[in-house]
Design a protein around this ligand. Structure first.
Ligand SMILES: [Mn+2]
Length: 316
């Protein structure tokens, strides 16, 4: 797929990614947005996402992102990036349904190719890596490079997870030559945490429990704890990864309270023994073999943990 070709004769483009946008979602949406505004100024283009984490506000176009309720339009072309199914678009799903034509670019293994045209590569490190492949490399500006690089950094855990391929490093190398401040992007968007975030991480680790002869680790953060520590759900990124690096642990499970009686579950694993995307699909979520998420209903989060652990046990 070449984006330049897909844009021929198109008057308006909407771009959206998944709810609770992460680095790859924001990076892929904004890289395409900046590419279109730079090289196709005649096209009317919008990015529609839920509010993005402030760490990504430095990216070009971040302040032009719209929320679904602000937009009343039908697009000629609607681009769905880093989103495994239409429901994960949240309120932006209406634009997807009303668009004349839709394209999905994604790397979620659970993606069922739900758009008119689909470019799905589940082995790709990130949607940003796939976006790089559909753009004209010579036209990637420093600002576009920052968006793509940020997404790659976040979905690879700074080029560490096994999804990181030779191509990932080669593309990152090309992006570095565009003059981006890569040490700062990594530090400011990936590693830097607020004092409150470090404290809630400490709380999560203190409460963690081991299961299945210490092959599984799980922890829970309730809504009450989030209020007590002064954090929001978006500040809990990184907790499940810290659980994952526990010595000898295969699977890490992290739950946090959403509204009453509902919990968001994030899971991570190390080896090839467990396929977490299968467990996520069972609970109507999605993701990858080694990183997946879903929502569960229940009043006792530790009982929910028991259910997930028994799902893991079936695969161990
Ligand atoms: Mn992604």
């Amino acid at each position: 797929m070449r984006l330049d070709e897909e844009l021929q004769g198109i008057g308006s483009v909407g771009i959206a990614g998944h709810i609770r946008p992460d680095g790859d979602c924001v990076g892929s949406c904004l890289s395409v947005y900046n590419y279109i505004t730079t090289y196709f100024p005649q096209i009317d283009v919008d990015v529609i996402l839920e509010p993005i984490p402030t760490i990504f506000h430095f990216l070009q176009g971040a302040h032009e992102i719209k929320e679904a309720h602000e937009v009343k339009k039908n697009y000629d072309l609607f681009l769905v990036l880093d989103c495994g199914d239409a429901n994960r678009l949240g309120d932006a799903v209406a634009f997807f349904e009303n668009a004349k034509r839709t394209i999905c670019i994604d790397h979620h293994v659970s993606n069922q190719s739900f758009a008119d045209k689909n470019h799905i590569v589940s082995s790709a490190s990130s949607t940003c890596e796939l976006v790089y492949g559909v753009l004209d490399a010579d036209k990637i500006t420093k600002e576009i490079a920052e968006c793509i690089y940020t997404g790659m950094v976040h979905d690879t855990g700074v080029f560490q997870y096994s999804c990181t391929a030779k191509s990932t490093m080669e593309i990152a190398g090309v992006l570095m030559e565009k003059g981006i401040d890569y040490p700062s992007i990594i530090d400011k968007t990936f590693y830097e945490k607020t004092y409150a975030q470090n404290r809630i991480l400490g709380q999560a680790l203190l409460k963690s429990r081991l299961y299945e002869e210490a092959k599984c680790i799980a922890t829970v953060i309730t809504q009450e704890e989030m209020a007590e520590f002064g954090v929001l759900p978006k500040h809990l990124d990184g907790i499940v990864n810290q659980l994952r690096v526990t010595k000898d642990v295969e699977v890490a499970i992290f739950l946090y309270g959403l509204e009453e009686g509902s919990y968001k579950v994030s899971t991570r694993c190390k080896g090839d023994v467990v396929d977490l995307s299968k467990i996520a699909v069972k609970y109507h979520g999605g993701g990858h073999k080694k990183a997946a998420g879903f929502t569960m209903e229940g009043n006792n989060p530790w009982e929910l943990v028991d259910r997930i652990v028994s799902d893991v046990k079936e695969q161990l």
